[in-house]
Ligand binder design. Structure first.
Ligand SMILES: [Fe+2]
Ligand SMILES: [Fe+2]
Length: 478
């Protein structure tokens, strides 16, 4: 038997059955400015599955929730049909579900509705209840388990080479608490302890994040974190669990948490499959070296779907909030109404509608603005050299802004401390902070949480985390 066990991990597939929509304004508007390309989700899924099928050496596939988009029955049934392409060639598929996988009952906080998208509206569709999900996906979870937490649906699976996966179903109310309750935590901790006493290496998978993509995330939307994440961190640190795979944020990230006693683990969160950043992880547990290596694999094309000649990334990006804005900027000159319409899917456009002439002028200037202007403001504190100033003459502010925005979900933003863009942006913040102080305004108080404004912005300029959001080799002994 090989010393290595590999598996593919993907998340947030947000599958929408082609039987659940007809072409028209309703589905098109739903897709615009979202982070996922809903119409093409079946084709994106198949394009990734094709890569998995080509890999004869990898037997396992793990999908961590938001399997479908709206909690409707038809999408689940068709998603399960898609999974059969993997099982037919001998792959073992393990899934957990999350809030997009069921519709709210009215007595919880889940906001998703099972709908059919008509040409210009929505009709109610048959929905799936949260409690039905573990049974619906029995062949893709509980079938392989030797222990199940009946309340949450979480399950524990023995794998080859002394490995054990504990797949956690998010339990809770569908929004402000998506995690485990006391009973689930007790089951989880017992399972980990039992595995440890059998000398098994445990890794976990759950939908919601245990470490936020950036600190400001948990300060602003703490309810988006795994419900009970502090307790889960403690359990992982105390019991030597080194890795958890998560999703939900749609952000590609690898983060490390270290507790006060110096014990640590990694939260490897993967971008949504049908997003511009869409990638799956290939994870290899190496028994001999006691390591877990992670790499990321994307697709170049969406096979079978007409992207009008665009690559998978460019097509999906053109629908994302950042891409839609970037693509729409030239419309300011040619079709103001269309620009406002597109922008309305991303930002509040009241001011654009109220003051079209001023807005148009400001946006036209912004589109042409060179980085030399903010660089003048930031020059002294930013330490910008003459050569860098020359380079900035050819750099537009808008391109720098979209350079940041387009990496919010894909990770590994490009403006490392040695780049002139980094110096300009951080210099502007330092300078603005000093300037605002004259008016008794503390710039750091304008940003939620413990970090300063400068620290917060840096997370979005380059990888301040583990250095690479796409790959890592983790020593499981440390
Ligand atoms: Fe999602
Ligand atoms: Fe989610």
């Amino acid at each position: 038997m090989s010393d290595k066990l590999s598996l593919y991990i993907m998340t947030d597939t947000h599958f929408l059955s082609p039987k659940m929509w007809e072409e028209g304004g309703s589905i098109t508007n739903r897709e615009k400015g979202d982070q996922i390309a809903i119409k093409s989700t079946p084709f994106i899924l198949r394009s990734f599955f094709k890569k998995i099928i080509e890999d004869n050496e990898t037997e396992y596939v793990l999908i961590t929730g938001d399997l479908i988009n709206n909690g409707d029955k038809q999408s689940h049934l068709d998603f399960i049909e898609e999974l059969k392409a993997l099982t037919a060639v001998g792959k073992k598929v393990l899934v957990t579900c999350a809030t997009h996988d069921y519709a709210g009952l009215g007595d919880d906080e889940n906001i998703f509705h099972a709908v059919y998208y008509t040409k210009d509206g929505c009709e109610k569709a048959e929905r799936v209840y949260k409690t039905e999900l573990p049974e619906l996906y029995f062949d893709y979870g509980h079938k392989y388990a030797d222990s199940v937490d009946n309340e949450s649906g979480s399950y524990s699976v023995p794998l080859p080479n002394g490995l054990r996966l504990i797949a956690i179903y998010d339990n809770g109310n569908g929004r402000s608490h998506c995690g485990l309750f006391d009973e689930g935590f007790v089951w989880l901790e017992n399972e980990i302890k039992k595995a440890n006493s059998n000398n098994e290496t445990v890794f976990l998978a759950v939908h919601h994040p245990v470490i936020p993509p950036w600190p400001v995330y948990s300060d602003v939307v703490n309810f988006e974190m795994f419900g009970g994440y502090e307790r889960l961190r403690k359990i992982m640190c105390e019991n030597g669990v080194k890795v958890i795979f998560t999703g939900h944020t749609h952000v590609q990230g690898i983060k490390k948490y270290t507790d006060n006693a110096g014990r640590s683990f990694y939260d490897i969160t993967t971008s949504a499959l049908p997003s511009a950043a869409g990638k799956m992880r290939k994870v290899v547990f190496d028994k001999e070296n006691n390591t877990c290596s992670v790499e990321s694999i994307g697709i170049d094309t969406i096979e079978g779907f007409d992207t009008k000649g665009l690559s998978a990334r460019d097509y999906i990006y053109s629908l994302n909030f950042s891409g839609l804005l970037e693509k729409s900027l030239p419309l300011i000159k040619t079709d103001w109404e269309e620009f406002v319409e597109n922008a309305s899917h991303v930002v509040n456009v009241d001011i654009l509608k109220k003051h079209p002439h001023i807005s148009k002028t400001v946006l036209k200037h912004f589109s042409k603005m060179k980085m030399t202007l903010p660089a003048m403001f930031a020059k002294k504190v930013g330490g910008i050299t003459k050569d860098e100033m020359t380079k900035l003459k050819n750099t537009l502010v808008k391109d720098t802004a979209f350079g940041v925005l387009s990496h919010v979900f894909s990770g590994n933003a490009p403006f490392t401390p040695d780049t002139p863009e980094y110096k300009v942006i951080t210099g502007c913040i330092i300078r603005a902070g000093k300037w605002l102080k004259c008016f008794n305004v503390d710039i750091d108080k304008l940003v939620p949480g413990e970090e300063t404004a400068l620290e917060t912005v840096k997370h979005f300029l380059y990888n301040t985390r583990t250095g690479d959001d796409n790959s890592i080799i983790i020593d499981l002994e440390k």
